[in-house]
Design a protein around this ligand. Structure first.
Ligand code: NAP
Length: 452
């Protein structure tokens, strides 16, 4: 009997796990159980809408999804439509690939004011994620502060300063385009509590900023080092990457005055200590820092930046699921090299926290696939048939991969001349497309793409 495997979550780490299992040669049947009707997790809902080339990786995922031994059950939330306990009872092995979708709280006074957002929610909003579509950030302000010197902070800052023309070939939803391009945004501050050497940006993303149409990157008064100390504890690769970043920061300083209207400020050695304002954000108070070893320590010197919005891009954590041991400090599922319990495994950000690029999920997936091959030379449980019965019994409205393809086709059809797709951003609208396509063509179907 084939080994039955459920993969909870159809993002990159889930797809790499399925791919590794298929490549392993194990006689198995793999079913994705995904909370949204749409697959691809962070590729659809996290990767910036203007980075469409990064999203092309889904072509490989698609090949996996269309494999004859792979099934897809979208719009099924474990914990709502079916419990983890039941999934474990039905399948020989369960791979948890649920990512780290919750924001880490900005734990400073005023961190809960109106106008303070976490990066997961904010990115989800401009990416048309159904959970965040109703965030409605008020971007009617000239200055925005983004906390965190990582790629997510950089993505957010870039999306906020690009022109409508620069976003023309993206899949930014209309409501987000209106809020971003209809507002008076002029200055976006990116605050890092450490220095230029410690910033976690990747160089391609940083260099991209030199070519923005209406925005210049500026590094302010912080001197950018010309070299990295010989005794710095860095691998040769990391040293090369950091040298490139330093060179790019120096290039920013050398940019000629351009007449561009917007500025993206890189503010180093600045840690947020308080969000200022009444009910809603009016500014951010920061403290200058210096490094003691790797740690940023406050110098006791404070300064204020007026801003109408604060976005904390300081990392994310797992959404705890009943039945999974959760490490609240690290925000991950407790595991030993991907093993969580008997027949239960974890991969990706849910396993190791939010780090690395998309491909960094492959080694986790390979490891868990090898555990499963070792633990289950043969299958004993029925898997899919039991799942469908349980979902029918729960009245779940599950979506197949073919259904997703119909949703995708509708999104592509609705897109403007340059855009790759016009995302459906409400689950009910996705299901309505399926409903409409299952009916005869007798009556004209209603548009689900209003995005108001
Ligand atoms: P990240 O790279 O870990 O950066 C988080 C930033 O937040 C760091 O600068 C960190 O400072 C700062 N921070 C954390 N806690 C803080 C606090 N309490 N107060 C002030 N600052 C704080 O995380 P990320 O930007 O969320 O990205 C997650 C992963 O996705 C990364 O591996 C990233 O490279 C990847 N990603 C890649 C791309 C791409 O390749 N284009 C795009 C998006 C995301 P310290 O360094 O001092 O801790």
């Amino acid at each position: 009997m084939p080994v039955s495997i459920a993969v909870i979550g159809a993002g990159p780490s889930g797809f790499y796990s399925a791919e590794a299992l298929i490549k392993s040669g194990l006689d198995c049947r793999i079913d994705f159980i995904e909370g949204l009707p749409t697959p691809f997790g962070l590729i659809r809902g996290g990767v910036a809408p203007d980075h469409q080339s990064t999203k092309r990786v889904v072509r490989a995922y698609e090949r996996t999804a269309l494999n004859e031994h792979v099934g897809y059950y979208g719009n099924v939330q474990v914990g709502r439509d079916i419990s983890l306990e039941v999934v474990r009872r039905l399948y020989d092995a369960v791979v948890v690939a649920i990512g780290a979708p919750l924001d880490r709280a900005l734990e400073i006074p005023g961190g809960d004011k109106r106008g303070v957002y976490g990066s997961a929610a904010f990115v989800g909003w401009y990416n048309g994620h159904p959970d965040h579509r109703d965030l409605h950030p008020d971007l009617n302000c000239e200055s925005i502060s983004v906390i965190g010197h990582g790629n997510v902070g950089l993505d957010i800052a870039r999306v906020l300063v690009k022109t409508a023309g620069e976003m023309e070939d993206s899949d930014l939803p209309d409501y987000a385009a209106r809020a971003i391009h209809g507002g008076p945004i002029r200055d976006v501050h990116l605050f890092g509590r450490r220095g230029p050497l410690e910033a976690k940006f990747t160089n391609v993303e940083l260099r991209e900023l030199m070519h923005l149409r209406d925005c210049v990157p500026v590094t302010g008064l912080t001197p950018i080092p010309t070299s990295i100390p010989a005794d710095a504890d860095l691998s040769p690769r990391d040293r090369r990457l950091k040298e490139k970043n330093l060179a790019t920061f120096r290039d920013f300083a050398g940019l000629a005055p351009s007449g561009k209207a917007k500025r993206m400020h890189f503010d180093f050695y600045s840690r947020p200590v308080e969000v200022l304002g009444g009910d809603r954000v009016e500014g951010l108070r920061l403290e200058r820092t210096h490094l003691e070893g790797e740690t940023a320590v406050g110098c006791g010197e404070f300064f204020d930046i007026p801003c109408g919005v604060v976005v904390a891009a300081i990392g994310t954590r797992v959404k705890p699921l009943p039945g999974l041991p959760f490490d609240a400090r690290r925000g991950v599922i407790v595991n030993r090299k991907g093993r969580v319990g008997k027949g239960l495994y974890v991969v990706g950000w849910a396993k190791r926290g939010p780090s690395g690029v998309i491909g960094s999920n492959k080694p986790d997936a390979d490891l868990v696939a090898s555990h499963i091959c070792e633990d289950f030379p043969q299958g004993r449980k029925a898997g899919r048939a039991g799942l469908e019965d349980a979902l029918d019994e729960a009245g779940a409205d599950w979506v197949t991969y073919e259904d997703w393809q119909a949703i995708e086709a509708a999104e592509i059809d609705a897109a403007g001349p340059c855009a790759p797709r016009k995302k459906l951003i409400r689950i009910r609208d996705m299901l309505a497309v399926l409903e409409a396509s299952s009916k005869t063509q007798e009556e004209p179907s209603e548009s689900h793409f209003n995005h108001t």
